[in-house]
Structure formats: structure tokens, C-alpha cells
Design a protein around this ligand. Structure first.
Ligand SMILES: Nc1ncnc2c1ncn2[C@@H]1O[C@H](COP(=O)(O)OP(=O)(O)OP(=O)(O)O)[C@@H](O)[C@H]1O
Ligand SMILES: [Mg+2]
Length: 228
């Protein structure tokens, strides 16, 4: 199933943040959204997730519009979303955070993730609020991957995560892509982007300034748009 978005315009109150952004992601592929702080990456992802209403534009999933579908309906359709902030429920244990959105407590669901991230398994009974920032990001990543969505949208999943675990996140994304899942990932870490992205969308001031494969665009050109 393909997610296609066209001419998206959205923002907060009278402030327009995303100004006519288009793109798409097909099964088995990953799109990276990059750009400097404050250019509208999270705002774009919130709009794609159904957390922020559009001023105008289209979002189609498998050829059908989902513009009027809220977050939970998009999840039922196979679109998962891990926001940049407030990514875990601090009062709940790591285990409860992992099972939160799931009806079946299939014990094998997280085996693959625990193998890659043994830290999570060791912390299953720990209160999530006492995890470090990077550990919380890892938990949020694992929870979203565990949903086994057709499309997972992740907002800066590697923020504060140890390099070794960032490499493992990239392997996990690539493994899921190989079995047909697609991804839209907002990122600032270009090494990570190079490891998973089939295409890259570079935003500046809410507009697409570069679009193509990582190799086509070249790391230097992308980096130029990320300098302050
Ligand atoms: N809830 C909100 N209300 C009003 N303005 C907001 C809100 N959230 C974000 N903004 C503004 O929208 C603009 C884009 O923010 P956004 O969070 O989308 O940027 P970003 O590219 O994700 O940045 P970062 O790399 O820091 O995460 C910023 O100017 C920000 O101040
Ligand atoms: Mg952001």
C-alpha cells in the first residue's frame, strides 16, 4: 500500500508551517525527511498521522483519501506513528508500554527486538519514566516496530540513542522493509539516513528544497541545507 501526499499546507492558527509539500512512499521502501530545526518536519509528520488538520492538500493511502481519518483510524488501517516528544507513558513499566496498543499478548512479538536490544528486555519491569532519554526513544521505536504496521512514521527515533543501537535500528528498519513494510522517518543523523533511506525529502521553511535518493543528492548537498 502506498501513501501519497500532495500539496500539503498546514500550521498552527494563522501561522503556516508546511507550504505545499508532496511525496510518497511505496511498500518495502523508506522515505527520510530531513532539514534544520524548526523547518516543519514534525508538523508534516503530525499532519500525515492525522494529529494536525490540513489547511489544504491530499493524503491518500492505497488510493483512498484518509484526510478525514483521525490517528487511531489510521493505525487501524496499518499506519503507525511515533511522535518526537512524550514518547512513552512514564508511570507505566517498560512491559506495559510495549503492550499498550496491542490486544494480543503474543509473547514472541518482541523476540526479534529483544535480541537486538537486550537492554529493553532487562528493563521490562522498570518504570519507563526512569529510563534515560535515549532509552525512552528506543522503547518508543520498539513499540512502534512491534505494531507490525504496513507503514511506520517515526519522528527523530535516534535522538540521544547510542551509536551501536542506532546501527541496530537501521538493521531493523531494513529487515522490515525486506518483508514489505514502508517507513517515513524524520531524521537529522545523516549516517542513519544513508543506512535506510531509499529517498530523501529535504525541507526548508516548510518547503521541499531537494528530493531524490541519498546517492543522487549527495551528502554534501543535503548537509548544506542543514547548516544554520
Ligand atoms: N503546537 C505548536 N503551536 C504553534 N507553533 C508550533 C507548534 N509546534 C511547532 N510550532 C512551530 O512550527 C515550526 C515548525 O516546527 P516543527 O516542530 O515542525 O519543526 P521541526 O523541523 O520538527 O524541528 P526540530 O528539528 O527542532 O524537531 C516552528 O517554528 C515551531 O515553533
Ligand atoms: Mg521535530
Amino acid at each position: 500500500m502506498t501513501l501519497a501526499f500532495n500539496d500539503l499546507v498546514c500550521g498552527y492558527g494563522d501561522t503556516v508551517v508546511v507550504r505545499g509539500v508532496s511525496g510518497q512512499v511505496v511498500p518495502g521502501k523508506a522515505l527520510a525527511v530531513v532539514g534544520r530545526n524548526g523547518v516543519g518536519k514534525s508538523t508534516l509528520l503530525k499532519a500525515l498521522a492525522g494529529q494536525l488538520p490540513l489547511t489544504s492538500g491530499r493524503v491518500d493511502w492505497d488510493g483512498q483519501t484518509i484526510v478525514d481519518k483521525p490517528l487511531h483510524t489510521r493505525l487501524e488501517l496499518g499506519i503507525a506513528y511515533a511522535p518526537q516528544e512524550n514518547v512513552v507513558f512514564g508511570e507505566l513499566s517498560v512491559a506495559d508500554n510495549l503492550w499498550l496498543h496491542l490486544n494480543d499478548r503474543n509473547v514472541n512479538r518482541y523476540d526479534e527486538l529483544f535480541e537486538l536490544f537486550p537492554l529493553l528486555q532487562r528493563r521490562l519491569n522498570q518504570r519507563s519514566g526512569s529510563l534515560s532519554g535515549g532509552e525512552r526513544k528506543l522503547l518508543s521505536f520498539a513499540r512502534t516496530i512491534g505494531l507490525q504496521a504496513k507503514l511506520a512514521m517515526l519522528d527523530e527515533p535516534t535522538e540521544g540513542v547510542q551509536p551501536e543501537n542506532i546501527d541496530r535500528m537501521a538493521s531493523m528498519v531494513n529487515r522490515r522493509k525486506a518483508s514489505g513494510a514502508s517507513f517515513i522517518i524524520v531524521e537529522q543523523n545523516l549516517e542513519f539516513v544513508a543506512a535506510f533511506a531509499d529517498s530523501v525529502l529535504v525541507l526548508d521553511h516548510g518547503e521541499v528544497v531537494l528530493q531524490g535518493s541519498f546517492a543522487e543528492l549527495g551528502r554534501e548537498r543535503i548537509e548544506q541545507h542543514m547548516l544554520i
